[in-house]
Design a protein around this ligand. Structure first.
Ligand SMILES: NC(=[NH2+])NCCC[C@H](N)C(=O)O
Ligand SMILES: [Mn+2]
Ligand SMILES: [Mn+2]
Length: 352
């Protein structure tokens, strides 16, 4: 059996390798790290197998083993000492004290960026993993985790397919720079690093992440919550974006066609699809960290993934920002089910 659509860039038999990324360090809400396991436990592997894919999945990546790389003490010394004093409980045992220090020592903010060393180390590992999978002619399916992971997924995809375009489905543009970010959350910044915008050539990211995406290779669908500096960045760089306004105006069919015409006019380039479930309306995907009302309907979201599957050009897929710890169990199972069905639709499930 093989998937309903032909995936032109993949080797045969069509193989998908799941990269489970239990990571929440790019934003402030715990629980988004539970999503990869939740999606797999909901039966995603069997579902993809039943669509005709060979599915590889050993386990999630383990980020706790990633060593931090503290910045030079002369820059961060003050912050480090402050943190140790604040975080070590008064009566803790020597071991507990040591553990607390190891955990808390190494990652103070750099400028406005929160957890920069952790996010960087995790994304570097993800980039290698995605690059290796793509290198075998397989399709990496990255299950986030928060959207900062896209620094890893997209750079990994680009290492194998330098001319790949990026279709970013999101309520947010995630294109803040370390200078423009208000929240300091790196899940609001991955696109600026991929493009190499002003202010992104900063350590620790610059040690491994080189600009790998041109503004003309990127298109957004679903935007409705854009920070003022992000708006300026989109305009100055001529980046194409279809907001919910355009979805209402033209309909999702036309929007996807226009989006593909922009990044892939001859329909001959590989496509990386990065899908943040908060692009969907909160009624459709409620369990996510930064919900914004007025989003894509269930069908609009699935139409996007089906239409991209139909092109046969998909080479890499991210399903991001499902948070199984938010809201009640029915909201959580609804959101997980949507994450699975979007994935199936992107990998060729037809409605007939
Ligand atoms: N991947 C996301 N859900 N991103 C939300 C980003 C929100 C806001 N623009 C920020 O930079 O903090
Ligand atoms: Mn978002
Ligand atoms: Mn996002």
């Amino acid at each position: 059996m093989s998937p309903g659509y032909e995936f032109k860039f993949l080797s045969k038999p069509a193989t998908v390798a799941i990269v489970g990324c239990p990571f929440s360090g790019g934003q402030g809400k715990a629980g988004v790290d539970l999503a990869p396991n939740a999606l797999v436990s909901a039966g995603l592997i069997d579902q993809l197998f039943n669509l005709g894919w060979e599915v590889h999945y050993e386990s999630e990546l383990h980020f706790s083993e990633i060593p931090y790389n503290p910045a030079p003490p002369h820059v961060l010394g003050a912050a480090i000492h402050e943190q140790v004093e604040v975080n070590v409980p008064v009566n803790s045992s020597p071991q507990a004290k040591k553990a607390t220090m190891i955990q808390k020592l190494p990652d103070p903010d750099i400028g406005k960026m929160k957890k920069p060393r952790l996010v960087s180390a995790v994304c570097e590992k993800v980039s290698k993993e995605v690059g290796e999978i793509a290198g075998k002619g397989w399709l990496p399916l990255t299950l986030g985790g928060d959207h900062s992971l896209a620094m890893g997924t997209v750079s990994g995809t680009k290492s194998k397919y330098p001319d790949a375009c990026l279709i970013w489905i999101d309520a947010h543009a995630d294109i803040n720079t370390p200078e423009t970010t208000d929240s300091g959350n790196l899940h609001g910044c991955p696109v600026s690093f991929l493009l190499g915008l002003t202010g992104t050539a900063v350590e620790p990211f610059s040690t491994w992440l080189k600009p790998c995406l041109k503004p003309s290779e990127l298109v957004y669908i679903g935007l409705r919550d854009i920070d003022a500096p992000e708006r300026a960045i989109l305009r100055e760089n001529g980046i194409k974006a279809f907001s919910m306004h355009e979805v209402d105006k033209y309909g999702i069919g036309k929007v996807v066609e226009m989006a593909l015409d922009h990044v892939n006019p001859k329909r001959d380039k590989p496509v990386h699809l990065s899908f943040d479930v908060d692009a969907l309306d909160p009624d459709v995907a409620p369990s996510t960290g930064t919900p914004v009302r007025g989003g894509l309907t269930f069908r609009e979201g699935h139409y996007i993934t089906e239409a991209i599957a139909e092109t046969g050009l998909l080479v890499s897929l991210d399903i991001m920002e499902v948070n199984p710890s938010l809201l009640d169990s029915s909201a959580v199972s609804q959101t997980i089910a949507v994450g699975c069905s979007l994935t199936r639709a992107a990998l060729g499930e037809t409605l007939l």
